[in-house]
Design a protein around this ligand. Sequence first.
Ligand code: PMP
Length: 291
Amino acid sequence: MSNKIWLNGNLVNKSEAVISVFDKGVLYGDGCFEGIRVYSGRIFKLKSHIDRLFQSTKFSYIDPPFNKKQIEEAIRITVQSNDLLDGYVRPVITRGQGNLGLSPKGCNDPTVFIIADKISLYPEEFYVSGMPITVSSRPRISANALDPQIKSCNYLNNILAKQEALVKGFSEAIMLNADGFVAECTGDNIFLVKDGLLCTPSLDSGILNGITRKFIIDELSQELELRVHECKVKLEDLYNSQEVFLTGTAAEIIGVSRIDDHIIGSGFPGSLTDNFIKLFKDKVMLNAPEN
Ligand code: PMP
């Protein structure tokens, strides 16, 4: 349980970590956030997450009252104060207090808070046996409507897709883009393996540039001597693939057993997925690098 919250420059107890009902983050989801993992007390890819947080605020015209170095320090202090060895950190920067209208005018004092807590996203059995997922009937908001590189506090599009999945008995859903190509899942990026080839939707499919996705492409796949093809992916490509897996800070790497009624491969995580999971465990969880 997280007891100490970093709020606007101070560490406060959870019960004192309160923000105004006039905060635009509360009224409109007008803010940005990151999800970051801590393994063995080390913060994984902290710099990349801080860079993405500041990119999100920049694209949202929010001017954080702290610089990157200060936020980095604040994240470290929050992790240490909560004695968090393995867990999850959530820095949030909202536009701050304003009036009831949409206009950002007059919001000159963004709210910044950081939560450090435990996380377990999916049941352990899914990591061993694979997770069934579904396809959402709800397309992902298109990139020309909302830049997917803004990790905005407004996740309603994804939340409604997740809700639809839960009602159908699934824990995660694939979201297509407005052109009908595979984009990503509600909170994870997606990869497929077909005939030994590793593919993932390209950034121009309208997806978040996931930090775990990038780690797979730039680092883990090199170790496994694989090239990743970033391309347009159709649902049929997923149905006809031998392996599908999802990646995300919270999810880490998780194999997909089926997509609705389409069994993927043997119906269990395939050998490449297993190799990625093993390598991830070895390189990240056990020998946690920071950047
Ligand atoms: N796509 C979406 C929509 C997400 O919210 C996330 C993060 N939860 C991801 C992909 C994965 O990104 P990352 O690896 O940076 O956590």
